[in-house]
Design a protein around this ligand. Sequence first.
Ligand code: HEC
Length: 112
Amino acid sequence: MVRRVAGMLAVIGLGIGVGWAQPPAGDVSAGKIVFEKKCRICHGDYGEGNPDVAKKLKAEQKPLWSEEVQKKTDAELRKIITEGTGKMKPPKNVTDADKDNVIQFVRTLKKP
Ligand code: HEC
């Protein structure tokens, strides 16, 4: 009997453990706020890009909902936000949590 209870507890413990091992990496609604503050000025409301910015920086911006961007891993997107890419300088004052959240938000962007 005691062993059975212990076994059951172990199963429950395992279930909780697995649940904790994969927490949601970010929060979409918090990420939207980060995007509006830190990214929208250059990437537009829907991540479509900003032709004025692209022209000024002589850069080509891929829409954030495009396949090329969406197929990047979270780690690759994080690197872009942290280090910049090409003509994009990394935005200032983006915390680690902001990055997780904004990446989740970028994942929700769709071609308007
Ligand atoms: C000052 C303008 C500016 C800001 C602010 C900015 N970006 Fe960018 N971003 C660019 C430009 C320009 C490129 C294209 C860079 C290149 O390839 O030369 C780019 C490229 C990217 C790319 C890769 C897609 C591509 O076109 O190659 C991602 C992903 C991205 N930005 C995400 C973000 C996110 C997320 C934020 C906010 C945390 C952000 N950017 C803030 C200007 C900006």
